[in-house]
Write a protein that binds this ligand. Sequence first.
Ligand code: AKB
Length: 319
Amino acid sequence: MKKLLITGACGQIGSELAMALRQRYGNDNVVATGHRTKPSQELLDSGPFEFIDCTAVDTLEKVVKEYDVGTIYHLAAMLSAVAEARPQLAWDVNINGLYNVLEVARKHKCAVFTPSSIGAFGPSTPHDNTPQETIQRPNTIYGVTKVSGELLCDYYHSKFGVDTRGVRFPGLISNVTLPGGGTTDYAVEIYYEAIRHGRYTCFLRKGTYLDMMYMPDALKAMIDIMEADPSNWTYRNAFNVSAMSFEPEDIAREVRKHIPDFVMDYNVDPVRQAIADSWPNKMEDSAAREQWGWKPDYDLASMTSDMLEKLSAKLNIRT
Ligand code: AKB
């Protein structure tokens, strides 16, 4: 079997995807790769791990050749808030890194999964039921790299026949690895702080609706889209996938069903608020549902029960 390779395997998505792919395809068939972040012992013990830098193409190509890689899950990228603080670096990592992955895929005939994001939309995009095809004029460097990435992946498919596929992820919520500098991170932090301290100070304003998804559904989307038959697809690299939409008060209310004394207040971060305000409230995802069977399992209530149960066990704190 040709191997699968994950870039960014120590990150929020990659750390869980690596274990899910190893369980599905066999430990030795999944090569986890990272750059600077120290890999977890679980990742090191369960299968191959290599250090690469996606912005240095030879480090990636060497591993692809050595392991006979057939599919690359390219997850190494900077998230919205950290990208806004270092825009030049964000361009280098998010665009030059992707370009290198696509070039290696072209030369070695690999399939490529690349996540886009709700960040590919901007203030002039319709915010409710955001269509699959619509205005994309993001005003963040993160968004600029996401739109460019979607187009670049489409181009590598039509021009060179590279099997590129991808989705536009909402904010992702997980209990394994913390996200690294996104705008939707509040929806992860709230659970940790509710369990640890019974209170949370939210950096987004009350009433800020955003599209969100629980990590098990995101893992399912990434596996399903790469296993699906794409012969009748209309799109390839930027399928809207949606699971739930909520604002900070909704998630606080849900947490209070489990931790009745939970208190939330607000200290708005203007940078992340401006980014959130430019993003959709909820995407319309019928193309993904019709073309490759996308259907999420979790809503806010079921995600909250599972998050609090798993995190209480992980943090060893009873709620
Ligand atoms: C971020 O907040 O930057 C990410 C995203 C929605 O792309 N979670």
